[in-house]
Ligand binder design. Structure first.
Ligand SMILES: Nc1ncnc2c1ncn2[C@@H]1O[C@H](COP(=O)(O)OP(=O)(O)OP(=O)(O)O)[C@@H](O)[C@H]1O
Ligand SMILES: [Mg+2]
Ligand SMILES: [Zn+2]
Length: 368
């Protein structure tokens, strides 16, 4: 049997398992408990934060057979995940839950089908649920067709739009929906999800390595889970920091911090030598510069306002934050020129055949 991708295997099956979206969970669970679902939802937010997952949870809440029969269970506000309706939604075979991918074909035919399909009552469930994923890709015609349906949805219809680009949804549409805004996942939330997975899968991984995966996922649970998937793809159940660094082309925190230390303490020679090692290691230098800018920015912010420590706490491990605080003690106004130099270098590197040179120039300028 082929292995199920981690991100699919560990898709939250209940609202309780949906991490970092407290507001969404609170409201939808409340609606599920009192059995008051809306006819149209708009789920908006960054990639990999739980929109499609939530759309399917709403569909399960709507059609779960155990919920229909058991008032006590219904009051828990979760789907059972065991009845035939729940299982059909999970494996995509439900006749009454239609997923439309607006990104392919820009949704024209699909929305036309939807218009016809809403007129026919559900075949075996209570509701007919239409999930329009990547809704921002719909054409004007498709939006118009959808609007007609949203204006007068039959009692048994629920329409769920999911999008990463809320501003592309016409106001006439969004004002007819109940809206939920999904947040970028914090490093901490991603780490806690990854920890659950490695425990269940019996994977051993250094905590620095886990941290690097989480921080490189840039707020997306799915990206983090896909990285973990790639790392274990060859049957490796013991993952080191080095493997993660090599796989994602991004250096771990300690290397980054040492490097920033050289710059802050005016040790350009050491910085250039370390840079050569990093370049030889095949790391992505543009990414490295971006990480460096982010690091020195945090140093500067903490110098000006040490209270900001609290704001960084969910993005950084404690000992990492400690290192940044120590660098903040050494930070002087002249280092702002360093920060500006790195930002300029970053802009040039992205289009350069020789990305290392702008970075070397920035380092040399800082040394003077
Ligand atoms: N809030 C969350 N809590 C726990 N896991 C999550 C969460 N959001 C996403 N995931 C993980 O990421 C995977 C992908 O999530 P999902 O498909 O819901 O993302 P999405 O918001 O629809 O992303 P996209 O905009 O790229 O379509 C899930 O299968 C799950 O493993
Ligand atoms: Mg999605
Ligand atoms: Zn069920």
């Amino acid at each position: 049997m082929p292995q199920l991708a981690i991100y699919r295997k560990y898709r939250p099956a209940t609202f309780e398992d949906l991490l970092g979206q407290e507001m969404v969970v609170k409201i939808l669970k409340g609606a599920a408990k009192s059995d008051k679902l809306a006819h149209a939802y708009l789920l908006a937010g960054p990639r990999g934060t739980g929109k499609t997952t939530t759309a399917r949870l709403i569909a399960k809440i709507a059609n779960c057979e155990k919920r229909a029969l058991d008032a006590k269970f219904r009051a828990q506000g979760e789907p059972c995940n065991e009845c035939s309706a729940c299982r059909a939604i999970d494996d995509g075979s439900s006749m009454d839950v239609v997923e439309i991918d607006a990104a392919s074909n820009r949704g024209i035919d699909e929305i036309r089908n939807l218009k016809e399909s809403v007129r026919v009552s559900p075949s075996s469930s209570r509701y007919k649920v239409f999930i329009v994923d990547e809704a921002h890709m719909l054409t004007k015609d498709a939006w118009n067709a959808l609007l007609k349906t949203l204006e007068e949805p039959p009692q048994y219809v629920i329409i769920i739009l999911a999008t990463t680009e809320m501003e592309k949804v016409p106001p006439t549409i969004s004002s007819r929906t109940q809206k939920f805004f999904f947040k970028r996942a914090s490093r901490e939330e991603i780490v806690s999800k990854l920890k659950r997975i490695i425990q269940a899968e019996n994977i051993k991984i250094a905590s620095e390595a886990l941290d690097l995966i989480a921080s490189s996922a840039e707020g997306s649970f799915r990206d983090a889970e896909s990285l973990l998937d790639q790392l274990v793809a060859f049957g490796d159940r013991n993952i080191s920091l080095k493997e993660v660094e090599e796989m994602i082309g991004k250096v771990g925190f300690d290397k980054l911090s040492d490097f920033a230390g050289f710059l802050i303490q005016n040790e350009a020679g050491k910085a250039l030598a370390a840079l050569a090692v990093i370049a030889d290691g095949g790391f992505n230098l543009t990414q490295f510069t971006k990480d460096l800018i982010e690091y020195i920015r945090r140093v500067a912010v903490l110098k000006i306002n040490p209270e900001m420590k609290a704001a960084f706490a969910s993005e950084l491990m404690e000992d990492h934050l400690e290192k940044i605080l120590n660098h903040a003690k050494l930070f002087e106004p002249r280092h702002l020129a360093l920060l500006k130099g790195l930002i300029a270098a970053y802009g040039q590197m992205r289009y350069s055949q020789f990305p290392i040179i702008p970075l070397e120039v920035a380092i040399a300028e800082n040394a003077q």
